[in-house]
Design a protein around this ligand. Sequence first.
Ligand code: TRH
Length: 385
Amino acid sequence: MAEHSEQWDVFCRVVDNFGDVGVSWRLARLLAQEQGKRVRLWLDDPGVLARMRPEVDLRAESQSLEGVDVRRMRESFTRDDVADVVVETFGCDPPEAYVLAMAAREPRPRWINLEYLSAEEWIEGSHALPSPHPRLPLTKHYFFPGFTRRTGGLLREADLIARREAFQEEPGAQAAFWTSLVGVVPPGGALKVSLFTYDAAPVAPLVEACAALEMPVWIIAPAGFAAQTLEASGEHRDAERCGDVEAFVVPFLPQDRYDELLWACDVNFVRGEDSFVRAQWAARPFVWHIYPQAEGAHRVKLAAFLARYTAGLGSKGAANVVALWEAWNRGAEGAEDPAALGAAWERFIDERQALGAHARAWSETLQMQPELAAALVKFADNLLK
Ligand code: TRH
């Protein structure tokens, strides 16, 4: 990395789960590998990154990973530590001492807050807005990911689509993937479903709904809530079979390998933010378990994305997607309705060819929009003008 290239600091504090780190790591890697920046990723809990990147050394205060300088968050900083550009993810607030050092640095660093992803309309009006610091001579800018040109776009590695296409067009690559993951390849015509959910997702009713389909079904759940439910209900591979359904509980996968699971499956159940976006790049039908928020604030977000995502679908297809997503999310909020979920799942699967074509078209539409890391660098450059 050229010594004179810009120094970027990316700060990430873990609220819960994996997404904060999943997104921050993906951004840091893109800034280093594709945007030529010197990048330090400051994490308050490197242990979460280690779940997605097993090679992370938990004892190290700092370590280099794919060109990123991964650092354990600390509290003491001087102005010489401050980067040219400071990215705070999800409003995580860099350490107080770092913010004071930013104010003392000449020239002042550019300070950008990477917000949570949402499909809501208001995002476009708030994207890139400045916010002067109440006390210090600093201005923070808000950068919103999104699904339209008037937002910051989505994270996407330059070779992602080409790698996905090669994998999805190569039966040998998929067979090798399955053999390495579960020791066997799926029977011909099997419907392959991946499960990554929050707590209380209606997994058992989904398994029953799969058993009602006249086809072999493979359910693959990386370690987590869905996996625990499958194991608890004994629908685990070597315990018993449920109709023509086989359920596989697999270890939590390295982040890039999780992409392959999404590419190899016919339908993906995902959650949060990063897996939600990766499911869209996988160009396969998917179901989103949105991160539940107080007062049901997440329902507005879910509806906003469904309106955008189903816009290109006929009314029947759109109704089927909405029905399944709502039955899945409502089920997790205690309003479990196995019959409604079963019926919605059956219709969704009947439509899967059309939904597959739609998923590809949606992925192509998103590819036409700005890639977030590139847009963020362009935005930071413009702040100098
Ligand atoms: O873990 P999440 O629920 O994260 C959430 C969301 O980000 C949410 O927006 C945020 O408010 C909340 O955290 C605090 O879901 P998400 O965003 O999909 O992140 C999961 C990460 O885990 C993603 O980077 C993919 C990765 N992953 C693996 O690396 N291996 C796996 O086996 C699986 C299932 C996921």
